[in-house]
Design a protein. Structure first.
Lengths: 309, 289
């Protein structure tokens, strides 16, 4: 199974790598947006889908990565900036994860959301008092092709990581925590270390993605890069696709990115309104897609989740 | 001395508002584990209702309060019927219920906020009501602010009274303590859940109508109040209405004094800092034993 997944992934990556020389600028940016949400949703599902800890911190990780770019892109080599963004987000996740991962349910969700806002306000304040600025214009940026290939590499790395994690002990421990945390602990899983590790791993991709993507925006300020919308959209994509599956979030990322691209700019309010209705309808009337997230492992082994079987 | 008194009164005025916003949300969460993240949006709707009633019919904003209460109560019944009843029925466990109702809440937030943008546009709206100052202990405050504080605290206390004395209030408290036990002695969940959910929305609406008397309103005004309400109920303890009242006033004071001794742009940092600190150190609230 892993072999087939790896072949499919390698084939897809090779095809997508040719995009900058084949596609028009518009289509390229569309593909980039799909890849970004694919990586965010897959890495979110890697932790939250398996453990059922509903994290709303994606925007915080993304924004931290973006600010690594804002501060470093002019002086550091590009790969260092991107990986640095991931590492900073990861370190932050490990730090707060150690403190808050004993909370469950709405508490955890609300707290992770609050953390995002806390970081946003902290950076706003820091920038204001240290540099007397509210936003930054990025003057030195890599070419569009470099950015695209970086995003592609990150998306591929996220999917590959998800494939590997699902099959090894670490991934099984995460799924065990999701199924019954106390039982997992009794059976000898170091639940705390596994949770913090999973949270930090998932944060790495969100942070690196933030670092890689935001150079395209040229102007960076906290409300834009810590936009809670990024986090919501990620959760929405992963959950509608089925957060315990791998293909679900990928497919759903493409659909939602296209929707966003075509509707959001033309009808911003109507689009978000529609998104709200869609979210409610999905939770109420399509519990299957979401239900797989909460099912016990025995029932999660449906044809949609072949990797676990 | 005069300055500190000044700050204390200003803090209490802000805090009274926070308390009123938080109590409704806290009742909903305490009774049915529905964390309605769209709470602030219903506050915004209440504010627009009061503004609309005042600007079109010259209705006294104080008289608009009961109107807003009734309208949002009905809205609450409809929202509960359409969304949360189904979520509660289908969810296999409390954890799933919490996660799903949170997502439904986010959906409602997108829906209502953007509907308001479409209906009223992004401009700030407002009206003048009782803007002349009054003097309290040597300091001057807008009469409308004092009035808003009075109404907010009165409504909160009235609610506490209802919870403590009436049969309905006792049923609500019983169901919070033990849902199964309450059902066994004949308290009907099918009646209590919609009523409490709608009462929560109605209180948010009243809070919004009060806010429209002192601040300008906009479709995005609700979100900060949702966050504040979350902070307050975390401080005061989930499910405890009295805790919310005290914590609301406390947060108002902390913010006012904190921004005074540091600087105004630290205000959001301060409230989130309090929030995160409490959740990490005392996740059951300040007053939990």
């Amino acid at each position: 199974m892993s072999g087939r997944g790896a072949v499919a992934l390698a084939g897809g990556a090779a095809a997508l790598a040719a995009a900058p020389w084949v596609l028009s600028d518009f289509l390229l940016s569309l593909t980039l947006s799909c890849l970004m949400y694919a990586a965010l949703a897959v890495s979110w599902a890697l932790f939250s889908g398996a453990t059922h800890y509903l994290s709303l911190a994606t925007a915080a990780f993304f924004g931290l990565g973006a600010y690594v770019t804002a501060w470093g892109v002019a002086v550091l080599p590009w790969p260092v900036v991107v990986i640095g963004g991931g590492v900073v987000a990861s370190a932050f996740a490990a730090l707060v994860g150690g403190a808050v991962l004993h909370l469950r349910g709405a508490y955890f969700a609300v707290l992770t959301f609050g953390l995002g806002e806390l970081v946003r306000h902290a950076i706003t304040y820091f920038e204001k008092s240290m540099f007397r600025t509210v936003g930054r214009v990025l003057t030195v940026t890599p070419t569009t092709t470099t950015v695209y290939l970086t995003v592609l590499a990150l998306a591929v790395a996220a999917v590959a990581t998800a494939i590997v994690v699902r099959r090894n002990r670490f991934g099984l421990a995460l799924a065990g925590i999701g199924a019954d945390e106390e039982r997992a602990q009794t059976l000898g899983v170091a639940t705390r270390a596994v949770k913090v590790g999973g949270f930090a791993l998932s944060a790495f991709f969100a942070g690196a993605m933030g670092a890689a993507v935001t150079v395209r925006w040229t102007y960076i300020d906290p409300p834009a890069v810590f936009n809670p919308f990024i986090g919501f959209q990620t959760v929405l994509i992963a959950m509608t696709g089925g957060a315990s599956t791998l293909v679900g979030p990928l497919a759903s990322a493409v659909v939602f990115s296209l929707l966003t691209e075509f509707l959001r700019l033309r009808f911003p309010y109507a689009y978000l309104l529609l998104l709200g209705v869609l979210l409610i309808a999905l939770v109420l009337y399509l519990p299957r897609g979401i239900a797989s997230l909460f099912d016990r492992p025995a029932r999660a082994t449906t044809p949609e989740t072949p990797v676990r079987g | 001395m005069g300055l500190w008194l000044d700050l204390a009164v200003a803090g209490l005025i802000t805090g009274g508002m926070y308390a009123l916003v938080a109590i409704g949300l806290n009742l909903q969460y305490g009774l049915m584990r529905v964390m309605n993240i769209a709470h602030g949006e219903f506050l915004m709707v209440g504010a627009y209702l009061a503004w609309w009633a005042h600007t079109t019919t010259r209705l006294n904003p104080l008289l608009a309060l009961p109107l807003v209460f009734v309208v949002l109560f009905v809205v609450g019944l409809v929202v509960h019927r359409l969304c949360f009843r189904r979520v509660a029925r289908e969810a296999p466990s409390v954890e799933v219920l919490e996660a799903r109702s949170l997502l439904v809440g986010f959906g409602l937030m997108f829906l209502i906020q953007n509907a308001a943008f479409l209906a009223w546009g992004a401009d700030l709206r407002g009206y003048e009501y009782l803007a002349q100052p009054v003097e309290i202990a040597g300091a001057r405050f807008g009469a409308n602010r004092v009035l808003v504080f009075g109404v907010a605290v009165a409504v909160s206390l009235a609610l506490l009274g209802v919870l403590r004395v009436t049969l309905l209030g006792k049923a609500v408290r019983a169901m919070m303590q033990s849902p199964t036990g309450a059902q066994l002695v004949g308290i009907d969940e099918k009646v209590l859940h919609p009523v409490v959910f709608s009462a929560g929305l109605a209180l948010a609406g009243v809070a919004g109508a009060l806010l429209s008397m002192i601040y300008e309103i906009s479709p995005s005004m609700g979100e900060p109040y949702t966050v504040t309400a979350l902070i307050v109920i975390t401080l005061g303890g989930l499910g405890s209405a009295a805790g919310s009242l005290v914590a609301g006033l406390l947060l108002g004071l902390v913010e006012t004094f904190g921004t005074h001794v540091s600087n105004p742009s630290l205000k959001p940092l301060l409230s989130y800092g309090v929030f995160v600190a409490v959740l990490v150190l005392r996740p059951r609230g300040l007053f939990a034993r």
